[in-house]
Design a protein around this ligand. Structure first.
Ligand code: NAD
Length: 458
């Protein structure tokens, strides 16, 4: 972008005027954003169909509807979130008052990926606006139709010294965006590999980060699972957006006693959801580009296919595919699949299932299907993961009362609802003291006061 540094400096200057701090300003911007999204809803839907073959219903559930609902929640709760929050005052500071005072961070950079190109850029934007920041938005270049409409929405709604839209190819643009300007926070969603680059750039400026990354999220189906429901809830999420979802079940670990029955149910469910020819299905998506198509085709190579496997490069189509027990060394069990391929692995006992999970880094999500409470709790406790569900998949993402984020290699930090507000705010700890009484104990000379000090401050 020509003159980028001048734009960034203009944003800093605007933030410094204090204009973004009041609740009225923030609510007004959120309202304007809501109106603009509504105005462009159809164009957004068409763009997401062009880029990823998403139906308008899917766009509503996973993109626009989510963002509009987040805006509504922020407008409704903003006064409460912004209010100073009293906390108890410790003995030596009595009769003072202590409280937490949230304030905007300043200028924040938000970088998004292509799989939910609108939602993953605008959800953090909503939180950043609600918290009173100025924002620089870097969308993914891999979904160009959506990138264009999002640019229109931002340009029509906000002045560029408040919210700046900075599209471009990541590897070229990120150094320009990050090397010469210090952000007060960098919020990145995308692959772990690029996350490390972003983290290093932020570290050079001592900028705090939120990293929403990926990983291999396991889904465990125990001998005590309700199989028909499990098959539906695994299939509908795993093959939504052709499997290009960060919290999709990456692979299944199924107790050997129910593996055959589950595979039967999964096949029947796939036929019911997407028909004999998923390439013609209204509900089935496409792979984002040839690079990812070929990556997925290579992952399938040499595997035992239980169902699916058809593909068509011209259409960027890969059928929903069930794969039987890859070797632990196969690339499909080493890297995040991020596509419509579902390895199904039978296990004899929990230790064996745990060993499969421990082959990889901490997952972003964990799912366990079981009707046994003790068994569910055991799985929730023994695996470190970002967030997850019992007896369903991915639905925790839709609950704003739950923080969303990863752990270790799957991410740093969290957001959604109030957690977004907190991520994009700094909380000042403030003590308001009284001028009376003015107890001489804390003033020099301290000589001879040790016993009393130990009693009061111990
Ligand atoms: P990506 O890391 O390739 O791209 C994300 C962003 O980084 C894009 O804006 C891109 O332009 C930029 N970028 C790409 N290469 C860069 C480079 N060399 N230097 C600087 N910036 C660069 O990720 P992706 O392929 O768009 O998305 C897929 C990944 O994102 C998967 O691993 C998935 O699990 C993860 N993801 C995570 C979440 C989450 O919420 N945790 C959500 C969606 C996707």
């Amino acid at each position: 972008m020509a003159g980028l540094i001048n734009h960034l400096n203009a944003i800093r200057n605007f933030f410094d005027t204090g204009a973004t701090r009041s609740a009225d300003f923030r609510k007004k911007q959120l309202q304007l954003l809501k109106e603009s999204i509504r105005k462009h809803e159809e164009a957004l839907s068409n763009a997401l169909f062009t880029d990823l073959h998403k139906s308008k219903e899917e766009v509503w559930i996973t993109e626009t509807g989510m963002v509009l609902s987040e805006i509504n929640a922020c407008i409704k709760s903003l006064d409460e979130w912004m209010a100073p929050q009293p906390v108890p005052t410790n003995f030596v500071n009595i009769p003072g008052k202590s409280y937490l005072l949230p304030e905007p961070l300043g200028v924040v950079l938000i970088i998004a990926p292509w799989n939910y190109p609108f939602q993953l850029l605008f959800m953090p934007l909503v939180g950043a606006i609600a918290a009173g920041n100025c924002v620089v938005l870097k969308p993914s270049e891999l979904t160009p139709a959506t990138e264009k409409i999002m640019g229109q929405i931002i340009a029509e709604t906000f002045a560029p010294n408040y919210v700046l839209y900075a599209p471009g190819e990541g590897a070229a643009l990120i150094p320009e965006l990050m090397d010469t300007f210090r952000y007060d926070h960098v919020f990145y969603t995308g692959s772990t590999a690029v996350g490390k680059i972003i983290y290093q750039k932020a570290a050079a400026q001592l900028a705090p980060v939120t990293l929403e990354l990926g990983g291999k999220s396991p889904c465990i189906v125990t001998a005590n699972a309700a199989l028909t429901v499990a098959a539906k809830r695994i299939t509908s999420i795993k093959f939504s957006n052709a499997g290009q979802m960060c919290i999709t079940p990456d692979y299944l670990l199924v107790h050997h006693s129910v593996k055959e029955a589950l595979v039967r149910q999964l096949k029947a469910t796939l036929l019911k959801f997407y028909g004999e020819h998923p390439i013609t299905s209204y509900d089935y998506g496409r792979i984002v580009n040839n690079k990812h198509f070929n990556r997925l085709r290579n992952l399938m190579e040499g595997q035992t296919i239980l169902h699916g496997g058809e593909h068509n490069e011209e259409e960027l189509f890969i059928a929903p595919t069930l794969i039987d027990t890859p070797s632990t060394e196969a690339p499909i069990m080493k890297e995040e699949i991020f596509g419509p391929l579902l390895p199904i692995i039978g296990y004899e006992n929990d230790a064996e299932a745990l060993a499969w999970i421990r082959q990889n880094e901490n997952p972003l999500a964990l799912y366990v299907f079981t009707s046994n409470k003790r068994e569910a709790n055991q799985w929730l406790q023994q695996v470190p993961f970002g967030g997850g569900c019992v007896n369903t998949t991915a639905m925790h993402y839709l609950n704003k009362n739950l923080p969303f984020g990863g752990r270790g290699n799957s991410g740093i930090g969290r957001y959604h609802g109030r957690f977004s507000f907190e991520t994009f705010s700094h909380t000042k700890g403030v003590l308001k003291a009284r001028t009376w009484p003015d107890i001489p104990l804390a003033y020099p000379t301290l000589k001879g006061k040790l016993k009393t000090l130990k009693r009061l401050l111990g």
